[in-house]
Design a protein around this ligand. Sequence first.
Ligand code: PLP
Length: 383
Amino acid sequence: MAREAGFATRAVHAGQGPDPHTGAVVPPIHLATTYAQDEVGRTRGFEYSRTDNPTRRQLEECLASLEEATHGLAFASGLAATTTVLLLLNPGDHVLFSEDVYGGSFRLFDKVMTRYGLSFTAVDPTDVGAIEAGITPTTRLIWLESPTNPLLRIVDIAAVCEVAHDRDVFVCVDSTFASPCLTRPLGLGADLVLHSSTKFIGGHSDVVGGAVLTSNDDVAAKLRFHQNAVGAVPSPFDCWLLMRGIKTLELRVIRQSDSAMAIARWLDLHKQVRHVYYPGLSEHPGHALARKQMSGRFGGVVSFDVHSRGAAQVALRRLKVFTLAESLGAVESLAELPAAMTHASVPAEMRAHLGVGETLIRLSVGVEDVDDLIADLEQALPH
Ligand code: PLP
């Protein structure tokens, strides 16, 4: 599929044409673990499915095309992808990371990777000066998310990349919240883009997956080596489900973003809501940057503070269309309390410093009728 084709066209066709053997318009799922060799060492492109698999390769080509990357690698989960990226580093290397990073990424940095000689420092990702000041002679990687989770802060990816590249530091952007539909970090200078494809990419809450995209040949070769050597790969069926989800990625993200915008505006006027965090709102501190960096929409996640812990608990108990559950980005709307759920693994002092308290609710807006979603919030929030 030509790179010039539009995003939605590439989402349907990149990496996948009709099956050359049967003409089936939906690619078959290649379950084989091993492949016949014509002679010892002479394969037809595949030898063992941990190393490479035709269904996974189709997914990887499609994801690379969507992120405008030269290389795509699929993993068994977002955290498997994160782990494999970190394994490119060596003991003694230092990583600067966005202070309101996903709780599971923080746990991986703090509780696992530090045991292997890596060190990590949290930094305010919206303060490029602080990032520059935080770079040490051993810093190899800056780890960003934009929008951040759960406070939806917007990070100036291009500005951070400029500072990082001046000091020979790589930048990896976990772009899960934006999805390839709303932000293309490689075009802004990032070296690597990572997704939990469990979220918007899959979009149906039925597959856990991860992906890394890059246009750096050397980094891609190292990642490919580690993908095989470590083996955190997705099953062919999961790859196929992800390709099925990707075909409607743009439709879903447009709908989810438009509904999230309407919900954010509605919440903003509600007396029981103390603060709304949504980059689409003009008063959001990252709004101007989001308009520049995102493709005209602001994503399907909205967070908000109510006045008390009790009010948050009551609202979450009363919601009926929104399901009380972790995760985000899928067709069904979800609500959660980050302090007790997705971000419980972040130390309490850090959560307090960030403003992720017991009154903060995070919504993942699905594709239901927005009027039903607003009516659900109306009946759930105290009057
Ligand atoms: N990155 C972000 C921003 C996430 O929200 C998540 C999961 O919630 C992950 C990474 C980890 O992905 P996974 O759950 O697929 O391992």
